[in-house]
Design a protein around this ligand. Structure first.
Ligand code: ADQ
Length: 461
């Protein structure tokens, strides 16, 4: 069996504890099985330009990390990755802030990471690169003579050609991907966007078997929808501690219903629209006043970037104004928590809430939607409201699918969810649960690695 080498911007927490996300667990399992290696940035910055790699051993798995310089952090991470690629892939060209120096930093860090990874590789390793920070890692590895199989998985959307064309270095980005043997996307829509770009804008070819040819190279581009570790999330929602939290939500005592939202505080998640939709619910359906609470948990991320600071201000104003306008001495309509919450607490909140509100303006997949489904009580499940622009909507058809830009649409869906008969709730939940279970984290990981290794055998045959 080949050793798996994972490369990502940050290495994730590896222990199989209930605080590790599904992604960390899924990748951790793959590494444990193969005695693997996980390489990434250690999260620190330094003045020292030696990029010294540190190693630590966790059972059969080795973690290798390196620091970045302050200049790299600003240009590669805050700059090109999060002010060019992230907004462009989420269709926010208005927030794209392209600077040549950012692009140089991105190429530099990919090259430095390639130096480190190339020196750690063994001949029959399989390399799996994660996400938008590392588009050019394979090209850099190839330039260093690496011939091992290298796969790439993009966790965020691949934008439509019209949007990608607005990014100054679009051709370089797409060409970089052709150094990978398998390019994995979240959804069929992402694959189609990629294929359209190849055929319409660089004269490439779309071939049978999910193959694409361009720049004198052939590769596989396929959808591998990411999933969660369903059992462990469902288990977390049913512990005695979880029941305690659910009790504390007071849903029966005060006959109040809970709508829950959990997202990193990111402009792609549609949070202001969601709060406006909740205000609209209270306006359109006055019987919901004093009865329904929106609990929005949104921990801070990337606060060094202005757009993230702006969205925080906007949300604080919105929640304050809704509470001022509608709140009474024993009812706070919006509970907005700007902090991280432990995963077991989240599981309990999901189970204790009648509606799960997942309304990003754009999202690669959205694991919260799947976690909400996994946490429900099958006999008395809550209702998932899901944006049509979340990758998860391609599969989770039995959710109430909404247009996240349409405030009234979301408000009506909340009313529909809150008053849905139990039979319909059970039927929708059963279908959703089956889908979440089928496309779980293990399935995602195995199907990607199968494609990467099978493809290798075909080439050798
Ligand atoms: P994210 O944009 O981070 O991920 P998402 O898929 O929802 O979005 O994953 C977030 C994870 O963080 C979930 O597991 C959630 O439970 C957890 N989380 C959120 N808020 C939390 C809080 N306050 N405290 C603790 N945990 C919290 C990117 C892409 C997505 C894609 C994933 C995986 O943007 O589209 O689904 O990667 O590929």
């Amino acid at each position: 069996m080949s050793r798996i080498v994972i490369v990502s911007n940050r290495v994730a927490y590896l222990e199989k504890s209930n605080q590790a996300g599904g992604l960390a667990v899924a990748l951790g399992d793959a590494l444990r099985d193969s005695g693997g290696l996980w390489f990434g940035w250690d999260g620190t910055t330094t003045d020292d330009e030696s990029y010294e790699v540190s190693h630590s051993k966790h059972g059969s798995v080795t973690i290798a990390t390196m620091p970045l310089t302050e200049k790299d952090y600003k240009a590669y991470y805050l700059g090109f990755a999060n002010q060019v690629l992230w907004p462009a892939c989420h269709y926010r060209l208005d927030l794209v802030n392209f600077e040549t120096n950012y692009f140089d930093g991105y190429k530099r860090v990919n090259a430095k990471m390639a130096d480190a990874v190339a020196s750690l590789l063994k001949p029959d390793d399989i390399v799996w690169v994660q996400d938008y920070h590392l588009f050019s890692l394979a090209a850099e590895l190839r330039a260093r003579g690496v011939t091992q199989r290298i796969g790439f998985f993009l966790h965020i959307p691949f934008p439509s050609p019209g949007v990608l064309l607005a990014v100054p270095v679009h051709q370089w980005l797409v060409k970089s991907l052709f150094s990978y043997d398998v390019i994995g996307f979240q959804t069929h829509t992402d694959v189609v966007n990629f294929q359209s770009f190849i055929s319409e804008h660089i004269g490439g070819e779309i071939l049978p078997g999910d193959r694409v040819r361009a720049f004198g190279r052939e590769t596989i581009a396929r959808a591998f929808p990411i999933g969660i570790d369903v059992e462990s999330f469902a288990d977390m929602a049913t512990t005695p501690e979880a029941s305690d939290i659910i009790q504390r939500l007071n849903r029966r005592n005060l006959a109040r219903a809970h709508v829950v939202g959990v997202d990193r505080l990111d402009y792609s998640k549609g949070l202001p629209e969601r709060m406006k939709a909740f205000r609209r619910l209270l306006e359109l359906y006055p019987d919901k006043q004093n009865k329904v609470t929106l609990m929005q948990i949104a921990p801070p991320t990337r606060e060094a970037i202005v757009a993230y600071y702006d969205i925080r201000e906007e949300l604080e104003q919105l929640s304050g104004s809704i509470n001022g306008e509608y709140g009474s001495f024993d009812w706070t309509p919006v509970r907005y928590i700007h902090r991280n919450v432990s995963r077991d607490k989240l599981a309990a909140l999901f189970r204790g809430s009648e509606v799960g509100l997942v309304t990003p303006l754009r999202d690669g997949m959205n694991l919260v939607a799947k976690e909400y489904v996994a946490a429900q009580d099958a006999d008395n499940p809550g209702v998932l409201i899901l944006s049509r622009f979340a990758g998860a909507a391609e599969d989770l058809e039995e959710a109430l699918i909404v247009n996240p830009y349409d405030i009234d649409d979301i408000a009506h869906a909340m009313e529909q969810g809150l008053s849905m008969p139990i039979q319909e709730r059970r039927e929708r939940h059963k279908a959703l649960y089956e889908r979440v279970r089928k496309n779980d984290a293990t399935h995602w990981r195995e199907s990607f690695l199968n494609a990467l290794t099978l493809n290798a055998e075909e080439v050798l045959a």
